[in-house]
Design a protein around this ligand. Structure first.
Ligand code: GYE
Length: 345
């Protein structure tokens, strides 16, 4: 495939690094390599035509950033697949550092480079119509990975990911069991406008409202899916709500931050205040084994292989399901010890 390079066309260019043929795979829990930078000058980075990707599946992926352990695991899954299949695939990976505008710039850059398929995890749900239409006009299919976008279905090929409403419901049922179906609880929300946050809140709040009249959600605020903000918001929750018995966090990282806040307030996480969160990362399993966390609803981040297999089908013009749903489990303290060694992320 003939490549065109964007650099000179944009005053602010995303420089993506091709991962085909890079070094050996790193373990899933290591921090991902930084593979994209934003440049504010007119610098065409690669002038020579790239013949190395001839015949390969060329995929651009616009990642959200590095907000959580879950995100790092997903990035490694994608990058490792590309490294291990360097003879068949070439990955152009951009880290948007939590900004939608950077994801849009990366997608435009992938369109300019005429990749075969574009993937992204949309940081928020809205604001994608125009750039997705540009990709469609260029004949490049879009795969939504792990978060949905609020656009017409015709603008993307498929969504690969979990049912976040179901995750929220499962979290609510487990919370109810843990607190004897009564008491005041608080909620740490994910990134405002992200499908994973909106739907995990809807699923949880509706399940509580419908089936557990004696449970009251006394506060609910965003912690942006990060451990630092989860801790900060939990600190303020604890000050204004001293009688809470549980915290529901839209991801494990925020729950881990909340656990720190609970300890610093002189209380016992896992006992005085129970935790239920989503993801199933190693850190929350360690906290469950230590008795400081109570339950996690799994959300599989190891989507790399499925992502590339789907991209290969799309390149060949084969049809794919509009939603390829991940199958996830629920883990509680009593099974954490046996399960922890088998966790891949
Ligand atoms: O749960 C959270 C991450 O989009 C499903 O994003 C993903 C979520 C995941 O930051 O930890």
């Amino acid at each position: 495939m003939k490549k065109r390079f964007l650099g000179a066309l944009l005053s602010t260019a995303i420089v993506v690094t091709s991962l085909a043929g890079c070094g050996s795979a790193a373990p899933a829990n290591e921090a991902p390599v930084q593979t994209a930078t934003i440049e504010n000058e007119e610098t065409p980075k690669a002038a020579a035509p790239d013949s190395s990707s001839d015949g390969k599946l060329v995929v651009g992926f616009a990642q959200i950033g590095q907000e959580s352990g879950w995100r790092d695991a997903e990035t490694m899954s994608i990058q490792n697949y590309a490294k291990e299949h360097a003879d068949e695939v070439e990955l152009k990976f951009a880290d948007a550092q939590q900004k939608q505008e950077n994801q849009i710039k990366a997608i435009k850059s992938f369109i300019e480079q005429d990749v075969d398929v574009i993937g992204l995890a949309p940081v928020v749900e809205t604001g994608w119509d125009q750039v997705f239409a540009e990709a469609q006009d260029a004949g490049i299919p879009i795969i939504l990975l792990d978060r949905t976008a609020d656009v017409d279905e015709s603008l993307y090929a498929t969504f690969i990911g979990s049912d976040f409403i179901e995750e929220g419901k499962l979290a609510a049922q487990n919370m109810a069991e843990l607190i004897g179906k009564k008491g005041k609880i608080v909620e740490l929300e994910g990134t405002v406008g992200a499908s994973a946050a909106t739907d995990r809140k809807t699923g949880f709040d509706e399940e509580i409202a419908a089936n557990y009249p004696d449970i009251e959600i006394v506060a609910s605020q965003t912690g942006d899916f990060t451990r630092a903000q989860g801790k900060e918001v939990m600190e303020s929750f604890l000050k204004s709500n001293p009688d809470i018995v549980g915290v529901y966090a839209h991801n494990d990282d925020m729950a881990l931050g909340a656990i720190e806040a609970i300890k610093e307030a002189g209380l016992k996480p896992g006992e005085d205040i129970v935790t239920v969160s989503v993801d199933g990362v190693k850190g929350i399993f360690e906290a469950m084994v230590a008795g400081e966390a109570n339950c996690t609803v799994e959300c599989n981040p190891l989507l790399g292989p499925l992502f590339f297999e789907t991209a290969a089908k799309l390149k060949k013009g084969e049809s794919v399901e509009k939603w390829v749903k991940s199958v996830d489990g629920v883990f509680t303290q009593d099974v954490a010890k046996d399960a922890i060694d088998g966790r891949a992320y």
